[in-house]
Design a protein around this ligand. Sequence first.
Ligand code: NAD
Length: 242
Amino acid sequence: MNPRKTALVTGASRGIGRAIAQRLAEEFFVVGTATTDTGAATISDALGENGTGIAMRIDDQASVDSAYERMADRFDMPSVVVNNAGITRDNLLLRMKAEEWLSVVDTNLNGLYRIVKPALRSMIKSRWGRLVNVSSVVAQMGNPGQSNYVASKAGIEGFTRALAQEVASRNITVNAIAPGFIETDMTAELSAAQVEQMLARIPLNRMGTPSEVAHAVAFLVSEQASYITGVTLSVNGGLHMS
Ligand code: NAD
């Protein structure tokens, strides 16, 4: 059995999730999820002896169940869960197809329910746990064309506060991270004009890096953050201050 605690990071194949998995692998045995076996193998290669990749889709209950079964057989159940996987399907509401609304809510919000519930059982048993849910600055600011995404992320922040109160007595903390404008595939889709417009609104005058988000997550899951629960920590260069 691995002497390190196990940390599950969803969506660890690229972007912010990959940086979180790499940072947490300095202290935990990391199980990083990808949507394909090839993605899972890449995660295993990157983490070496400090972790492994597994294939799992958070919008598919059977896939989540089977991933947890494999995890329980081969490693410990996670003491740390970072819910990072998420998608966007942007459109103005009047043009938004039902599929665009439903897929974003089913992945970003219902996925949280699917992932957290099984992990919580084992955290409660061991009376220690850390949950970090990745929200977004737009949950508080709003953003035209993202009503589906913003609704799902605001839901994640509400979920974080409610669950934090449910499990605090078991020494489990539940927090959220709200990144601003971070250099990943998700933001690479934006036009040069959109990027310029966004940068003009950021006091630190640059995009953030996945590693800057990863360090904030590493703090929230650390022993040093044991008296912090139910909060949403902004990592946004000052784009939104609340
Ligand atoms: P990304 O698109 O680069 O990566 C998303 C990850 O989620 C990928 O690993 C992908 O495989 C995984 N994923 C997608 N659908 C999945 C599903 N159904 N099941 C399992 N995994 C799935 O995105 P990113 O920019 O690294 O974003 C990571 C998180 O940070 C997301 O929750 C996103 O909403 C949030 N976020 C990103 C930014 C930003 O500027 N990039 C800002 C705020 C919040």
